[in-house]
Design a protein around this ligand. Structure first.
Ligand SMILES: O=C1C[C@@](O)(C(=O)O)C[C@@H](O)[C@@H]1O
Length: 232
């Protein structure tokens, strides 16, 4: 069964505490801290997250504007922020954006691996869905760069786009291992619930807030995943 990740998007400590309280009752397998939403000093957050979530895996994500996030950072600022967050040693996984540039990406990847963190290399297209072969090749490129989890989020214009994403996902997961993909928006919701069939191993669900269009609430998603579980 795909693992459910719930994003935390609080802008300040009180909002983050509220979210942590809210998600405690939800069926999350891991939590994603979307550090780009946070308006205070980023380094005050990792320890408090770790104290609050116990053993649950924590993914750290700094999502830049061009990838659909809130962080208006230059590549140098992005590297500095992610380096500092990796350095806290409080996370189990870190998201690195493919678009930050290969040398920078490899430096961050090495740092993360030295700190025994798993690496998600990610790419987002909030406008469209590239052709199936291109999605597959991008996932393969991420895997070859050293990602434990290549991740690609795309926006469908029609159901054929959703099929292209699912088909590329199925091939990638069969040929080189676990990937994380999603077709966003209402049209793409099915991709968030069908990972057990097509090979996406993490699905992002809305907790207190959604962090991308088309996210299903964690409780609904869990029920659908269980219903669709091919092993049942
Ligand atoms: O990259 C992703 C995937 C995502 O964009 C989604 O579509 O569910 C949600 C983000 O929080 C996460 O970092």
């Amino acid at each position: 069964m795909p693992k459910i990740a719930i994003p935390l998007t609080g802008e300040r400590l009180p909002a983050l505490y509220e979210e942590l309280e809210y998600v405690r009752a939800l069926p999350a397998d891991l939590l994603e801290w979307r550090a780009d939403y946070y308006l205070g000093n980023l380094l005050e957050v990792p320890s408090l997250l770790r104290e609050n979530v116990g053993e649950k895996p924590l993914l750290c994500t700094v999502r830049t504007r061009k990838e659909g996030g809130q962080a208006a950072l230059t590549p140098e600022e992005y590297e500095a922020a992610v380096t500092a967050l990796i350095g806290t040693g409080k996370f189990d996984l870190v998201d690195l954006e493919l678009s930050c540039g290969q040398e920078r990406l490899l430096r961050l990847l090495r740092l993360a691996h030295e700190g025994e963190m798993a690496v998600v290399i990610s790419k987002h297209d909030f406008e469209k869905t590239p052709p199936e072969h291109e999605i597959f090749c991008t996932l393969l490129e991420m895997e070859r760069l050293g990602a434990e989890l290549p991740k690609y989020a795309v926006m469908p214009q029609n159901v054929r786009d959703v099929l292209a994403l699912l088909s590329a996902t199925e091939r990638a997961s069969r040929e080189f291992g676990p990937v994380v993909t999603m077709s966003m928006g209402a049209l793409g919701k099915i991709s968030r619930a069908s990972g057990a069939y097509f090979g996406s191993c993490i699905t992002f669900a809305a907790g207190k807030n959604a962090s991308a269009p088309g996210q299903i609430s964690a409780e609904d998603l869990k029920a659908v995943l269980q219903d669709l579980d091919p092993a049942r």
